[in-house]
Structures are given as C-alpha cells and as structure tokens.
Design a protein around this ligand. Sequence first.
Ligand code: SF4
Ligand code: SF4
Length: 443
Amino acid sequence: MADLVRLVQQAGVVGAGGAGFPTHVKLGAQVEVVIVNGAECEPLLRVDQQLLLLEAEALRRGLAAVVEHLRPRAVYLAVKTKHREILHTWEELLAPLGGRVHGLGDFYPAGDEQVLVYEVTGRVVPPAGIPPEVGVLVMNVETLYNVSRALEGQPVTHKFVTVAGAVTAPKTMRVPVGISYAELLALAGGPAVKEFTCLDGGPMMGRPVADLGLPVTKATKALVVLPAGSRAARRAGTPWEAVLRRSRNACEICRMCTDLCPRYLLGHPLEVHRIMRAFAYGGDRVEPEDHLAALLCVECGVCEQFACPVGIFPRTVAAEVKRRLLAAGVRYPRGRTGAGVRRYREGRRVPTGRLIRRLGLDPWDRPAPLDPVAVPSSRVRVPLRPPFGAACRPVVEAGARVRTGDPVGEVPEGALGARAHASIEGVVTAVTPDYVEITAQEA
Ligand code: SF4
Ligand code: SF4
C-alpha cells in the first residue's frame, strides 16, 4: 500500500486520542507489532468503545490497510474485558488479518501508550522513548477510523466528542472541527449545575477551558463539565501560588505519589516525591540535575488525583518543572534504561471505579450515546495551530467560498504538521494566524 502514507498526509490525519501527532509520520516506522488502542481509560469518555461497534467495518478496512503497509508479525486490538460485545465482534473481524483481541483490566491509565505496550507485549519502552523503539505502533481507534476515510479521499473534517459530567444530556457526537465548546455544551442540554469548570479532555488529563468560545480541534476527545466542589474541579482551579505554598508546607515525603506512578512502576527513574522535595526546598528554582526526571512525566494525574493522601499537587509541580526544562532547551538523555518493571506493579494499578469515586464524579458516570450523524454548525473556526507540530499557513482569503473538505491550511515546506480542511460549506469570514473562520451561507 504505497499510497497509504500519502493519502493519510493529504487527509490531515493526526492522533485523535488527544496527542495530535501527525499519523503519516507514525506510519513511516518499521514495527513488528500493531496495537489498536481501544482502552479509553479516562473516566466518563465514551467515543472509542462505541465506534468499535458502530463503525466496525470502516475500522476493519483501515486496519487492513495499515497491516498491508507495515506487515507486522502481530496485530492486536486492546480493549477492556468488560466490553464483551466488542470482544466478540472483533475476535471475528481480526481473525482474517491474523490479529487478536487483547483483554485489559479496568484500570487507569490502561490506555497510556507505554502502559499499553507493556500490558500487550511485555516490552518496556525506554525512559523518554516511544513505542517504535521496541518495535510497536500504537494507534487510537478514531485515528484508525480517519485512516479508513483517508483511503476514500476523505480528509479529517469532523471529530467524535463525548460531552459528559455535569450536563443535562450526556452524549457523544460527530461535530465539525472548529465548532465552539459553547455549542457543544448546548448540544448536551447545557450544564446541570450552576457552578462548574469545563475541561477539554477527561477528568484526569483534560485541560481547563479558559474560554467556551474557543474551537474544538482534531485532538479534542471530550468536553467534561466538573461540578464546583468536586475534587477534580477544585484541583483544576487552584492557582499556582497556592500549589507552591501547599507543596512546601504539606508534603509528607510519604512517596505514595511515586509508588503508584504508572511510569515509575514500569521501571522509569521518575520519583515524583523527589521532584516535590527538590522543588519545595529549592525556592521555586528548577535545576536540571535535581529535576531532570520531570521530563519523564506523562501528566496522567495518578499521583495527584488519586495517590497523594494530603491532596497536594505532584502532577502540577512535575508538569511545571517539565515545562521550564523544555523551555530552557533541556532534554532527557537518550539511551538510558529503566530499573526493570517493579514486581508489585500489578497490585498498584488504579481501579477505574475507585478513581471515579475519588474524583467525586460517580453521580455523573452515565452513558453518553453516540449519534453518528454529523451535527450541523453555522460557523466554525478551523484551527491552524495543531496540538503538535508546526502551525499551518492559511491558503484561503476572506470572502472565498469553500466546500467541506477543501484545504484551508497547508504545512510549511519541510515542517512536521498536518493540513487543515474546511469542516463546513460556506464563506471564509476571517483568517488569522490561529484559525480560518467559515460561515455557512446559502449557495
Ligand atoms: S504523596 Fe503527597 S505527601 Fe506524599 S510525597 Fe507525594 S506529594 Fe508528598
Ligand atoms: S502525573 Fe504523576 S503519576 Fe502520572 S506520570 Fe507524572 S509523576 Fe507519574
């Protein structure tokens, strides 16, 4: 399938699970194992588990093309064993491809790429490494769906998004890229509580939405509404000064954050309690020799949202330290190996049910049925700055008429990125370095 990489590149496919990494680059790797990541481990999210049944045939076609292109020795769909119908359906679908379903326990973060690679293959990705370094390609379910559409010449114009948490009618929708968070919220009946915080993404790894007028990107997986007062909302709204003060005053150096960290449990030298200690006594200064391990943090939130007995902020501190190190040009040295998988790892995985109760979200853990019919929108702002890679250069001007799927942004020559396409038909009403605005109009 010589054309696969080109078709995927032209269609602007990126990792739809939140990372946004350009998929055509991933498909350039040489691997022995392909894993379709159907773990969907973030609480309240309901996209992949429904796509695996509603769009099974499209996904099978996409996977067949990936297998023909990469010719791996083994192919897996990794999905939680609690999804019995998916398991049965996909055991049959995978058999002609020589693939198998790998059943996962119901724990968080089962869908973390490195955790998943270990669970399925027993291989450990080295610290700061990526799965192809151990011969594995991991692809999210919705990304595979977009690969399948790319085979038919269909670019990425829409996104499946779960709107969940404290909303009137939780649902999963197919919406045009560039629709606003406010529109999404209204489509789910609006908030069900007076005071709330919105996250782009799940309650563990989602980012607070500063402005509901901002657009949904190709990597948006969910809009989660956290009721004010829930543990998750309190943490999302804590200012940095308070994070700092409480980290200094309250950390007991009990190392529970480290002992439950999924990357530490894989043997990576990420001891987040040491980062907390160095930071607390270091006067808000970041020293590469003390803090280098923060570069290994994937910001999964286990340490902060689940492990810490005094409710302080190891993830927030590690993420800030990582941001400062990256800004200073510091990178984790390549070639270092981990200490080997900790022997008590299995007993320290975080059960999803307990996590949801700890977050205070059990009243909001409800179905969010998927409607595969695309939601219409009268105005979109198609982002030109992807979550990963170079910003697109706009290739349309205000006043231009566009059809759904027309390119509106191109990746600069030689840069790593993904094209942007019109997600509705209409007239371009604004072009900025951040987005192309399209307003639907009668033809
Ligand atoms: S779990 Fe909390 S109190 Fe214990 S070492 Fe980590 S940050 Fe400090
Ligand atoms: S957020 Fe905490 S638990 Fe997760 S990888 Fe980072 S240090 Fe480990």
